[in-house]
Ligand binder design. Structure first.
Ligand code: FRU
Length: 501
């Protein structure tokens, strides 16, 4: 099958998403808005396009739409790999790394110590600082600054806590194999004091990695703040492999107390569906939020890949894109607090020709090609009302009846993405798959916004209450968008396809 598919080296290079020029990447690191630009650092192999030589790559963007790649920011050496972490702007120079005129950016990262190094086999937290706005970095001479003697202690996210308990730095990191988030406090980023730990809770099917902790207003009410703890997990996601879960609760400056931990039905094999997931697709991992975004906006970004097949995806010379940056908020629906996500960039600036539009249309059993809606980089906004069909939706990046199905099964209450016939799938046995996420009709209908890029579909359903992110590797010539229904009819109330390339 692979041989029949027309691809060139750059067929899959995304237009809307960041990918490195010619190297491997995984987790986003050190996300921060600083000096008028968004900084995206990331796990990078500067020497190849599979995982290894872990260092921090770097890119910046003024608008979250287009990214500029910069030289490697923090590089591995004979003693350590530079694993995931975060960056804070130390405006008051609490760390002392600044100069009289320049407050430092401080990176807090995991040193994964190599054989032969003084801390061989351990993972501990270390510092580096930048005095030129994040472009060049110096490792702190007294690293590591926080060592628990653990081989699985990683992924520090540092935030500034400013609340009833005082004003200080808080670190959340994981003891990965214990399914624990550990919380520490510091006045100067150099010495750390244990505050508390959280977990195990909810999904514990793999290792816990890359946590984050931040406050959000409930239903946009700044007087009503809740705290969100996000924890990535690999494997053990709702549709296999890597995924991110979240907890909503309270944080008093010391302890996070979750209001969303599920304690019943722990033997239920389907219990993963009861937990709250950042994304239900297979390619949304290591999600973490930006620091210091103006107007208190909370933006997150994830690595768009899955450790099950990450090193095998058929892109070259680069490997792995990031997801779109998403703006997240907390909303009450059916008495439950949940995260709602929207793409953060203003993509209208990139929109091409007149959009393709369709008003009320009945979909009959079968496939109906949308002539004039073909494309490889597009946004689709659509609302459906169910009829007698057991499943209906769109076939994207299609070629006849083959393609990526994004659909609704109203009776089962599922959103689905089916990539079994999406194009190149045979590079790994676990890649061809069909994913489901629970979804409910709102006022009898279903609204989907889908970003299609050259190697991905990112689905925001019901205004962003449910999201599903998936890699696909279609032939360059598979460009059709179609409607489909199985076993009956459904109605499209409105459909708009905006082309971006
Ligand atoms: C998550 C992760 C992190 C680690 C990094 C290493 O994908 O495993 O826990 O810091 O990747 O590249």
């Amino acid at each position: 099958m692979t041989a029949a598919i027309a691809t060139t080296a750059e067929t899959f290079r995304p237009t809307l998403h960041y990918a490195a020029r010619n190297t491997w990447l995984n987790d986003p690191n050190g996300l921060i808005f600083h000096g008028g630009v968004y900084h995206l650092y990331y796990q990078s192999n500067p020497l190849g396009n599979v995982w290894g030589n872990m260092s921090w790559g770097h890119a910046t963007s003024p608008d979250l739409l287009k990214w500029t790649e910069h030289p490697t920011a923090i590089t591995c050496d004979d003693d350590e790999d530079i694993f995931s972490g975060s960056i804070v702007f130390d405006r008051d120079n609490t760390s002392g790394f600044g100069t009289g005129t320049m407050a430092p950016l401080v990176a807090v990262y995991t040193s994964s110590f190599k054989p032969g190094s003084a801390h061989e086999g351990l993972q501990a937290q270390s510092l580096a600082y930048s005095l030129d706005g994040g472009y060049t970095w110096t490792k702190h001479a007294a690293n590591p600054v926080l060592n628990r003697g653990s081989a699985e202690f990683r992924d520090p996210k540092v935030i500034r806590y400013d609340g009833d308990a005082g004003s200080y730095w808080v670190m959340v990191a994981v003891e990965a194999t214990d399914f624990q988030v550990v919380l520490y406090k510091s006045e100067d980023l150099r010495t750390w004091e244990l505050l508390s730990s959280f977990g195990p809770a909810n999904a514990t099917g793999g290792v816990w990695e890359c946590p984050d902790l931040f406050p959000l207003p409930v239903d946009a009410d700044p007087e009503n703040l809740k705290w969100v703890l996000t924890v990535n997990l690999n494997p053990g996601g709702p549709n296999n492999g890597s995924a991110g879960q979240y907890f909503v609760g309270d944080f008093d400056g010391k302890t996070f107390v979750s209001a969303t931990t599920v304690t019943e039905g722990l033997q239920d094999p389907d219990r993963l569906g009861k937990y709250q997931w950042l994304d239900w697709g297979r390619d949304y991992y290591a999600a973490v939020s930006f620091s210091d975004v103006p107007d208190n906006r909370r933006l997150m970004m994830a690595w768009m890949n899955n450790w099950e097949y990450a090193n095998q995806i058929p892109t070259s010379p680069w490997r792995s894109p990031m997801t779109l940056a998403r703006e997240i908020s907390l909303q009450t629906t059916d008495g439950n607090l949940r995260l709602v996500q929207q793409p953060a960039g203003d993509w209208t600036a990139l929109a091409g020709a007149e959009p393709f539009c369709l008003s009320t249309t009945t979909i009959h059993d079968g496939v109906q090609v949308l002539t004039g809606a073909a494309g490889t980089v597009q946004r689709i906004d659509v609302t459906f009302t169910p009829g007698s069909a057991e499943e209906f939706g769109l076939i994207l990046r299609g070629d006849g009846v083959k393609g990526t199905r994004v659909g609704i099964r109203p009776r089962e209450g599922f959103l689905i993405v089916d990539r079994r016939e999406s194009g190149q799938t045979d590079f790994h046995a676990s890649f061809p798959s069909i994913e489901t996420a629970p979804i409910q009709a709102a006022a009898g209908s279903y609204a989907l916004t889908i970003y299609v890029d050259r190697c991905s579909v990112e689905v925001f359903a019901q205004g962003g209450q449910v999201t599903m992110t998936e890699l696909i590797f279609p032939a360059e010539t598979s460009t059709e968008a179609s409607l489909y229904a199985i076993g009956g009819t459904a109605t499209v109330n409105e459909l708009v396809v905006t082309q971006f390339a």
